[in-house]
Design a protein around this ligand. Structure first.
Ligand code: BGC
Length: 469
């Protein structure tokens, strides 16, 4: 525990600063890390729905999905090997996230002024969705390449977003937090002043130094995060990414073309429908960007959760009415299938302004510096584990649970929405260094935090630091 740090009883104070072109550009470049993630998410489902790819690598699935619609449609694509093609990427991501703590959302939250943190952080999610849409469009284009080698182009083009983030990471500056942590105090002040567009950075700098001092007194962030006073952050680091994946979003993002083929669309229409869901997710993300720092995180979570719940119940019911338990359906009209797509779009839109961006934003803004890398590693690893899990089990689960799978996801959405209502306090506009006050005031989490655990600001030390500035 830090000694001699003054306890502030206030909270939610605003540090001076504005949106500068420099901070905007920096966050834009950092966000481009989302492109490669999104491209990978969007590309595999389209590729695995292409006949030329299936017949070459998964001949048994190819035969199975060519069977006519009087057979069980739910099991058309059920193949562990096929799902491994999609899910294996996330095992790799899981392992690397332990080393990299995944850097982008935390970088954005450290760079952004508190009152714009939501908007700038969601740049990452926006890039994920742009990557998904780009993949959907490319699949739509390459599927029609004569000779059946379009899937090679789809997979090969992943090199483009990889190149963008590689170049971006070479030009990105360090955050003030990281400069302070490594002892570059003058550079940290200069950077803070540059990104906030003001010389009046004393109070914020002071908070960052206090947070850094406290972090330095902690030698084992991994065991530290297990302390009782970090129980709220640890709980969120595990449950938020887990819940984000249990919404079932990646059933649509990974397997939209496969799902659309399952409900009777042809190859081209399936890929076109994936372009529609990809467009909806990009547009929905803008809603979040525009509202997250005004309406707050909770309002978006609660509205989005309710809309996702309703949409999933309707999609499950529409599929049940047509395909029943047997999974055989010979008369799915275009209109009927389009209504299913419409409700899938309602679901995707709601995710796009709630659990999608907030699933990254909230964990990135709640960890104090001393547990930030451990907390963020847990958050990303749990996310990747459940991404892997859903990717791996979806096609088999669809085969066994049939339309009931959509009700299972609806049940999870009900649970997570109730969880947010009771356990997630509003974090909008609160400086990260003062976030502890939010937990301290919460009806449930306050039990885990005593007044001694609240160290915010260190005015005495600040006087020394700024004497010569
Ligand atoms: C999630 C991904 C999802 C994407 C969809 C992200 O926030 O982590 O799993 O595919 O949103 O836009």
């Amino acid at each position: 525990m830090a000694v001699g740090v003054i306890v502030s009883t206030g909270g939610g104070k605003q540090h001076p600063g504005k949106m500068t072109p420099f901070v905007f550009l920096t966050c834009l470049v950092a966000s481009s890390g989302g492109l490669i993630f999104g491209y990978d998410i969007g590309i595999s489902g389209g590729v695995t729905s292409m006949d030329s790819f299936l017949s070459r690598f998964f001949p048994s699935v190819y035969k199975q999905q060519m069977a006519d619609s009087s057979t069980n449609q739910y099991c058309k694509f059920d193949s562990l090997l096929l799902t491994l093609f999609t899910s294996s990427l996330y095992v790799a991501a899981l392992l690397s996230s332990f080393l990299a703590s995944t850097a982008v959302p935390v970088y954005l939250s450290e760079m952004a002024p508190a009152f714009l943190r939501g908007t700038l952080n969601i740049g990452f999610q926006l890039m994920i969705t742009v990557g998904i849409l780009a993949a959907n469009l490319i699949n739509y284009g390459t599927a029609s390449i004569k000779g059946g080698w379009g899937w090679r182009v789809s997979l090969g083009l992943a090199a483009v977003p990889a190149l963008i983030i590689t170049i971006g990471s070479l030009v990105l500056p360090d955050t003030p937090n990281s400069l302070i942590e490594r002892g570059h105090d003058e550079e940290a002040k200069a950077m803070l002043s540059k990104i906030r567009g003001t010389e009046d950075i004393r109070a914020e700098y002071d908070d960052l130094v206090a947070a850094s001092d406290e972090a330095k007194s902690v030698h084992h962030p991994w065991s530290n995060i297990l302390q009782r006073k970090y129980r709220p952050q640890l709980t969120m680091a595990i449950l938020i990414p887990c819940f984000q994946q249990l919404t079932g979003i990646n059933v649509i993002m990974f397997y939209a073309p496969v799902l659309f083929k399952t409900i009777g669309f042809g190859s081209e229409a399936s890929l076109a429908s994936a372009v529609i869901t990809g467009t909806v997710i990009v547009l929905g993300t803008f809603v979040s960007i525009a509202t997250v720092d005004k309406l707050g995180r909770r309002a978006l979570f609660l509205q989005g959760g309710t809309q996702m719940l309703i949409s999933q119940l309707v999609v499950g019911t529409l599929i049940a009415l047509k395909f029943g338990i047997s999974g055989a359906a010979t008369d799915v009209s275009k209109n009927y299938a389009s209504i299913i797509v419409l409700f899938i779009c309602f679901f995707v839109a709601a995710f796009a302004w709630s659990w999608g961006p907030l699933g990254w934003l909230v964990p990135s803004e709640i960890f104090p510096l001393e547990i930030r890398s451990a907390g963020q590693s847990i958050n990303v690893s749990v996310n990747m584990f459940f991404t892997f899990f859903i990717a791996q089990v979806f096609l088999t689960a669809l085969c066994h649970l049939k339309f009931g799978l959509f009700y299972v996801f609806a049940g999870w959405v009900a649970i997570m929405t109730a969880f947010i209502a009771f356990f997630l306090p509003e974090t909008k506009s609160v400086p990260i260094e003062e976030m502890v006050l939010v937990w301290r005031k919460h009806w449930f989490w306050s039990k885990f935090i005593s007044d001694e655990d609240v160290h915010v600001g260190n005015p005495e030390a600040a006087d020394d630091r700024f004497k010569d500035a």
